[in-house]
Each structure stands twice: as C-alpha cells, then as structure tokens.
Design a protein around this ligand. Structure first.
Ligand code: SF4
Length: 480
C-alpha cells in the first residue's frame, strides 16, 4: 500500500455530518450547483433537442473507450513506441511511491528546484507535492482553483473546479495574506481583478521554474501525443516554458487515433462545463525541435497503474472508461450536500464512490458505495455510460460477502431476501409496513421520529408516500 492510500476514505459519515452543518460551505455549494447543471443542459441542447445526437455520440465514445480497454497492452506499446520516436522518454509507475521517486529522479537529473504544475489528479493520488517539497523542490500549482487550495493547504474538492467549496471572501483572505496586502471587500464583480492578481504572481513562477508537471486528458496512441484540455491557458505555460515537461497519467487514458480523440472531444467539454469546446486544447507531441519557437528540451511520460490494471477484465472494468468530466458529481444530490472533501480521497462524487474503494481497498472506504440516493442522475449524464449506481451496488454486495458490513445490517438483508423470495409473505409484510408507516406519519403524512432507522429522521421529517402498498395502488388503478 502506498503512502497515498493511508489518508483515505474512512469515516465518511462523520465528515458528512460535519459538512452538512457548515453554513459557509453550504452557501458555496448551493451557488455552484445550478451553474454546472444549467451549463451542461445548454451545451447538450445545442446537440439537438431530441437527444438523438447525444445518444449517438455517447455510443461512439463508449465504443472507443471499450476498444482501448480490450487491448490496452497493445495500445500502450504503440503509444510508447510513437512517443519515443518523437524524442520523449516513457517511464512506468506501479503506484504513488514510484511516481514520486521517478519525478524526483528526473528533477535531480536536470537540476530542478521549482516545478510548475497544471492539474494532475494522479499527482494527488501520489501526494506528489509533499514528496517534492521534502526533496527540496518547490511545487507551484497554477490552475487558479488549484493555486487557491494549495495556498489554503487543502486538497481539491472537485475534479474540474478544485476550489468550488470556497467563497469569494475566503479566497480574498487567502490572497491578502499570501500576497502581503490588506483585505478588501469583494463581490463577484471583483473576480477578474483577483484572477489578474493571481496571474501576476504565477507569471514569476512560470518564468523561473525548470520543470513543468501536467496530467493529460488523453494520450493518443498513433502519434504519441498528450492532450490537455483547459480553460485558463496556464497548461500551455507549464508544458512549453520549462526545459523539462513531465506528463503523469493513468494507463487507461489512451485513445487509438486523432479521429477518436475528436469524437470524445465532442462530449468532454459539453459534459464538464457545457462548452462546445474548451478555451485551450493542446496537443503536445515530443520535444522542441530545431526551428521550434518553444517547447521543452526534455519530455517524460510517466504512465501509471496504481490499481487500474486490476480492474481490467473485472466486474468493474466499465469504470476505466471514465474521462474525468465531472458531470456525475455536478448532478449528484449527495455531492452538492457535502462537497468533495467529505469523500476523503482524490475523487469525489459518484465516480469517487466507485473509484476510491477500488483503488484503496473496499475495506478502507466502507461508506462510499452507500453515499448515494440511487436516483441515477450520474448514470444518466455520464458521457461514456458508466453504470455508476450498479457499480456501487456491486461494491455493496462485495462488502457484504466479505463480512465487512455490520452484523445487524447483514441480518436485516438476509431476512429481507428470505421474505422477498416468497411473494405472498412479502405482500403481507408490505401491507403491514405501509399501514404502520401511515399510522406513524399521522395526518401530516410525515414521520418525525423513526425508531427502526433513526438516521432517516435525524435531520428532517420523513414524508410517507402512501399507507397503501404499490400492489394495492396498482390493482386499484387497473380496476378504475
Ligand atoms: S464517471 Fe462519467 S460522468 Fe463521472 S467523471 Fe467519469 S465520465 Fe464523467
């Protein structure tokens, strides 16, 4: 187990309870949610009102990702060969510790004292910033949101909007402290000025860093290219100004051809931010050649497993199709009630509820597959049709099979399964349960204290839909 996995996703419930009661966080989240949802809806509507083009594109994207996963070893070998042919070095890391060792080794070979970074979730998996700092190399995050959370000493809380949990006042306080100036009263009209202030500080770092570290949205096998999709332009500074550029990315990020990449790009920005295309789409191939005006003298790809290979051929392989768009968390009622830090590891929201137990061990993330209302909003918006709720159910089954759930819960489930296999008995129980809940709810139709499952009524009243069962209602409707 790597050190990246030690600080991980235990005690979700305790953290969730704390986040729900944090009014500042709640304000920030309630402001952000409609923006994400509205922008995606607008972006998708532009594809056609009937949704047919979206579904057609989704199918094409699923096919591309499945094709890669079916022969991942072959595509990786092709990518390695093509990348090397462009002058890049290709290294392989099994886990977070190996990522840190490789990056530090490259840094030492090139006399690096400062590294600028453009968001790489894998460097979060590896706790790379801490390792670099311990090795005497200063890491500087340059995405605005990442810059903010680095100043705050926090982890990102969203994969495409890392500082979504912060209010403008919190950011102002951070900037004033870090940039050595008095605190000012800020409104959203001041955001461009605050971004300019961060840009001026970051410019000095762009010009003085000897190494740039980035992730990649995709790796294109046929050309040995890394693709970066960003909105701020800092990715280009990180990848072209320093003499060394290190790309850290998961082995599953491959796409076979440029044409496949173009297809995926039709859904990635729309799903993430509702944009038809992001502001900057950079295709980075090889090192600076004679006559080139910019580009690194040295390009290193670090291709990382860190649990991904184990998912190939497993019941969870679908999860490897993920293109990290963030749409699932943007539409998740649980995510927007808690924010990303409640999830305890790198990936929040529904994708994190599946990935975290898979990458860190299901025994270390017992609550996460249960952090779902089962509404399937995530599955509905996922551009590569990952059946997130089904994968969470599978993980719950695995927990139960391995005896990791509390004995009382397992007993209830056994009793439930026994009754559910006997329809007459099931209906008898359902009738009594519906009557009992109806009686408990009284005239107002809301249960205030539910002794059998106290958690359900801890923070709000539980509405009761009907004191009749589904079968009874259905039969009555057929008779009418
Ligand atoms: S699981 Fe789907 S919706 Fe969520 S980040 Fe991945 S691709 Fe996007």
């Amino acid at each position: 187990m790597t050190h990246a996995k030690h600080s991980q996703a235990m005690h979700f419930q305790a953290r969730a309870a704390e986040k729900v009661r944090n009014p500042v966080l709640q304000r920030a989240l309630q402001k952000a949610k409609p923006l994400f949802v509205g922008k995606r809806a607008k972006g998708m509507a532009a594809l056609g009102e009937d949704g047919l083009e979206f579904e057609g594109l989704r199918s094409a994207c699923v096919d591309i990702r499945n094709r890669v996963l079916a022969d991942l070893d072959v595509w990786l070998a092709i990518f390695e060969e093509r990348a090397k042919a462009t002058g890049a070095e290709v290294l392989w890391a099994r886990d977070g510790d190996e990522i840190c060792d490789l990056v530090i080794d490259v840094a030492r070979r090139h006399g690096v004292t400062k590294a600028t970074k453009s968001k790489s979730m894998l460097s979060e998996e590896a706790h790379l910033n801490e390792a670099l700092a311990a090795a005497g190399i200063r890491p500087v995050e340059t995405d605005l949101g990442e810059y903010i959370v680095q100043l705050a000493g926090e982890a990102p809380s969203h994969i495409i909007a890392p500082a979504v949990h912060k209010t403008i006042h919190e950011v102002e306080e951070l900037f004033a402290k870090e940039h050595g100036r008095p605190i000012e009263t800020r409104t959203s009209a001041d955001i461009p000025a605050m971004a300019r202030e961060a840009r001026e500080v970051l410019r000095q770092h762009f010009l003085s860093a000897e190494m740039g570290i980035s992730g990649a949205n995709f790796l294109i096998a046929e050309t040995g290219t890394a693709v970066l999709v960003t909105n701020e332009g800092n990715g280009r500074m990180v990848t072209t100004l320093p003499k060394v550029h290190v790309v850290i990315t998961g082995i599953e990020k491959l796409v076979p051809t440029l044409e496949d990449f173009a297809t995926l790009m039709r859904l990635l920005p729309r799903s993430a931010t509702g944009q038809t295309i992001s502001n900057y789409v950079s295709l980075l191939t090889g090192t600076r050649q004679p006559g080139d005006r910019d580009g690194p003298e040295k390009t290193v790809f670090i291709l990382v497993d860190n649990g991904r290979a184990d998912l190939l051929g497993s019941a969870y392989q679908d999860m490897l199709r993920c293109i990290r768009c963030g749409a699932c968390m943007n539409h998740c009622p649980v995510y927007f009630s808690l924010g990303g830090h409640a999830y305890g590891w790198v990936y929040p929201g529904p994708m994190g509820s599946v990935l975290t137990p898979l990458y860190t061990g299901i025994e270390n993330a017992l609550d996460l597959p249960h952090a779902s209302t089962g509404c399937n909003q995530c599955g509905t918006v996922c551009p590569v049709r990952i059946p997130l709720p089904s994968l969470m159910h599978r993980l719950r089954e695995a927990q139960t099979e391995r005896g990791l759930r509390p004995w009382s819960e397992r007993l209830w489930l056994r009793a439930w399964a026994w009754i559910a296999r006997r329809p007459a008995l099931y209906r008898w129980f359902a009738r009594r349960a519906a009557r009992y809940l109806g009686w408990l709810a009284g005239d107002e139709g809301r249960i205030q204290v539910f002794g059998l499952a106290p958690g359900w009524t801890e923070g709000r009243d539980l509405p009761v839909a009907s004191n009749r069962t589904f079968h009874e209602l259905y039969a009555a409707r057929k008779r009418a």
